[in-house]
Design a protein around this ligand. Structure first.
Ligand code: XMP
Length: 512
């Protein structure tokens, strides 16, 4: 990247937020662990470095450290919370252990005109979350702001372009936090604020060309946004030398494969193999009811089918994956070096080693919303870009109990009606997921003058940020009513619809 900011990850829960904020200022940034060697920092050539917060005190035995040579590189540095305390202690100041911490809102009184506080009026509300405090500053540093409880709430050494904030500018509770970060990026580090998904695409395409050269790449397409956007980028870089493999496992939603075929193959001219492997999946699943067994079988068959297809393409040297940045960050510990994860639900985890393939992960520095933006930038339709997540094992984990063709037909039809209603009511993009689940019990009903004994469909709709926690969606009663009416009227074999009102935890999003 032409201009970048390096964020050193001391383990704060807010680190990804720092990265988000920097990127919102249209500056590219990367999060790296503290163990990053100074030579690697130099080769990244950052315009500035942000030292993040962290959960430990700098005095703890295993608290993370960096090579203090970074303070002599002449690169501007902003320390946040732990990062500030670490810098101050490393440069000869003193940090006192806390008797009482400071958590929550505080009013920052700006003591001295300071580039970080350009366009920020005093006092300004900030968000504190610290135990230890700074007692003595190193030579060359000035206090620039204080709160009632923290005398040294912000500091600077103008000559060496070193800055520290005890509070967290990245959280939105710090009212002018984004302004402060922008001041650091633009006024101190002289970044240009020109990074965008358009510029990312140009650089990424050039990089893929450069890496892959004349070789071939394969990629598993799931129908979701990550694999589709990866495919688009690689396609733009190497054209037909990318083969996307889409496997129809018989557990997809209505018309899913067809829609993908129309969009990616016919409209966008991607080189894609559609593999129909329904039988290969459904036969071994025939009498299986245990959810984990279902997953294992699906994973194994997927891998076998994918490998057979991959081997049909001569000269393949690379496997592409739609790994995203949060997975990369979360997979490395604060104390270790970077390691790249292979998403387990892609089910091809073992393939690179087995087939001696190298990985291409064009999205590994992007967050989900950036991937969506990139998808739109590259001409993918809204429907694909905003698709709700769909699990790898598909409808298999939404049919509780045995998977039979008849039960697949019921859940698929119910799901289709449900999604149509959700979309019509304008709720599709507001929900993390919304889907139908088929239960393994029947209930009594009455249709016309006839007693019925038929299936029950559960409607599951949740809101969530990252699927780690989720809340059941408070859908309007009218919408729930029309979903229920339509499913019972239009889907043969269903006489009852219920709404799942459990949150995660203690429940999960999927039923299996
Ligand atoms: P749960 O049900 O654990 O799901 O709350 C969290 C998120 O993960 C998805 N999910 C899966 N995705 N393979 C996948 O690719 C799986 O086996 C799987 N199980 C759950 C689920 O849809 C939700 O978004």
């Amino acid at each position: 990247m032409e201009q970048m900011i390096l964020i050193i990850d001391f383990g704060s829960q807010y680190n990804q937020l720092i990265a988000r904020r920097v990127r919102e200022c249209k500056v590219y940034c990367q999060i790296e662990p503290p163990a990053i060697p100074v030579d690697d920092i130099l080769s990244l050539n950052p315009k500035g470095i942000i030292l993040s917060g962290g959960p430990l005190s700098i005095y703890e035995k295993y608290s993370p450290t960096i090579d203090n040579a970074i303070f002599d590189l002449g690169i501007p540095i902003l320390g946040i919370c732990y990062g500030m305390q670490y810098m101050v202690a490393a440069l000869g100041g003193a940090v006192k252990r806390a008797h009482k911490g400071e958590y929550g809102f505080a009013e920052l009184r700006i003591k001295q005109k300071n580039v970080l506080f350009n366009h920020v009026d005093s006092p300004t509300t900030c968000w504190m979350s610290h135990g230890d405090s700074i007692e003595k500053l190193p030579r060359g540093f000035q206090i620039t702001g204080s709160t009632d409880n923290t005398k040294i709430a912000s500091t600077e050494d103008v000559k060496n372009r070193l800055y520290g904030l005890q509070f967290h500018p990245e959280v939105h509770h710090t009212v002018n936090g984004k302004r402060m970060l922008k001041n650091f990026l633009v006024d101190v580090c002289e970044c240009k604020s020109t990074w965008s998904m358009k510029s990312f695409a140009v650089e990424s395409i050039a990089q893929i060309k450069d890496t892959v050269k004349e070789k071939r790449v394969i990629l598993g397409l799931s129908g979701g946004v990550d694999s589709s956007v990866s495919a688009m980028l690689i396609h733009k870089a190497i054209g037909k030398r990318l083969t996307g493999i889409f496997i129809d496992n018989g557990l997809l939603r209505k018309n899913e494969g067809e829609k993908l075929q129309t969009t990616l193959k016919e409209r966008l001219k991607l080189n894609i193999r559609f593999v129909s492997a329904k039988k290969r999946f459904l036969t071994p699943l025939a009498n299986v009811t245990d959810p984990e067994k279902k997953r294992k079988i699906i994973g194994k068959v997927f891998m076998d089918v994918f490998e057979i297809e991959a081997k049909k393409i001569k000269g393949v040297e690379y496997l592409a994956q739609g790994t995203l940045y949060p997975d990369v960050i979360e997979s490395r510990s604060v104390f270790g070096g970077p390691t790249s994860v292979i998403k387990s639900h892609h089910n091809v985890g073992g393939l690179p080693k087995k087939m001696k393939l190298k990985l291409v992960e064009p999205l590994k520095y992007l967050f989900k919303d950036e991937v969506r933006q990139l998808g739109l930038e590259m001409g993918l339709p809204d429907e694909l870009v905003w698709r709700q997540p769909f699990p790898g094992p598909g409808l298999a984990v939404r049919i509780i109990g045995k998977i039979t063709p008849k039960r697949l037909k019921i859940v698929r039809a119910a799901d289709d009606v449900l999604l149509e209603e959700i979309k019509k009511a304008g709720y599709y993009r507001k929900l993390w997921q919304s889907f139908a689940v088929l239960l393994p019990i029947k209930s009594v009903g009455v249709m016309g003058d006839q007693r019925t004994y038929e299936n029950i469909i559960v409607v599951r709709a949740v809101t969530s940020k990252d699927a780690m926690t989720a809340d059941w969606a408070k859908l309007p009663q009218k919408l729930l009513g029309s979903i229920s009416n339509r499913i019972i009227n239009e889907v043969g074999g269903v006489n009852r619809v219920v709404y799942d009102i459990s949150s995660k935890p203690p429940s999960t999003i999927e039923w299996e």
